[in-house]
Design a binder for this molecule. Sequence first.
Ligand code: ADP
Length: 260
Amino acid sequence: LEQQFLRSQRMESIGTLAGGIAHDLNNVLAPIMMSIELLKLQEQSAQKQDILATIECSASRGADLVKQVLSFARGVEGRQLAIQVGHLLKEVEKITNETFLKSIQVRCEIPAPLCVVQGDPTQIHQVLLNLCVNARDAMPNGGQLKLSARNLVMDSQCASMIAGASPGQYVHIQVADNGTGMPPEVVDRIFEPFFTTKELGKGTGLGLSSVLAIVKSHHGFLRVESELGKGTTFHIYLPAHMSEHAEIEAAQPGELPRGN
Ligand code: ADP
């Protein structure tokens, strides 16, 4: 528990530090971007135009990164709406099927009873999309990505097996891929801000830390199961929004493996 506390403190300080740096970097980038615009207004040789285009491209990549870091460091404050998880999953299935390579099949199992949570649909959408993009990156030779959701009663025995969990009624969302999987030493670090195994320019290492921040701000928790060569499943538990339609299915004892 102490280790968990130290880790979350460390993550918080990395977040604060990164926010400060991003803010300063923004002030550095602004005049660069403005000067580029000014130079573009003047007549330039083809060679100079090329150089300018390169500077502009790099500067705007920097500005994007700064924006991501700032929104991560500021934290997220969202709306409080009743969200039909099935609708969100369908949307994400559509976007991913349209934008991912055809070698990646995205399947979505829409829950029969309504699965409703409370919070900000844009943020939960972002969570699902981040997990899907990671799953895509873990399947460079193609594979299957499965999205599903169900209502779940978590008893105290189940809750005691998951870090940060407490008993209650939840919507359990799963994002499962059959990609590369991760070794335990990577799994241990994936929620750290800026931790990435992707090559320079491909990953920021902020995806899963924002996933965690959003899930926490929705009073949920998550865990990950991953096996090298087999694949990875992210489990998200969000408190169920009580509605008379929701039929609740009890968790099977012993269903939750050890770990995260
Ligand atoms: P990024 O995607 O920018 O690297 P993330 O925080 O989203 O940052 O992910 C951190 C790291 O976690 C990734 O670089 C990757 O090593 C690992 N990872 C995340 N999701 C998966 C997955 N589905 N399969 C394998 N590895 C994953």
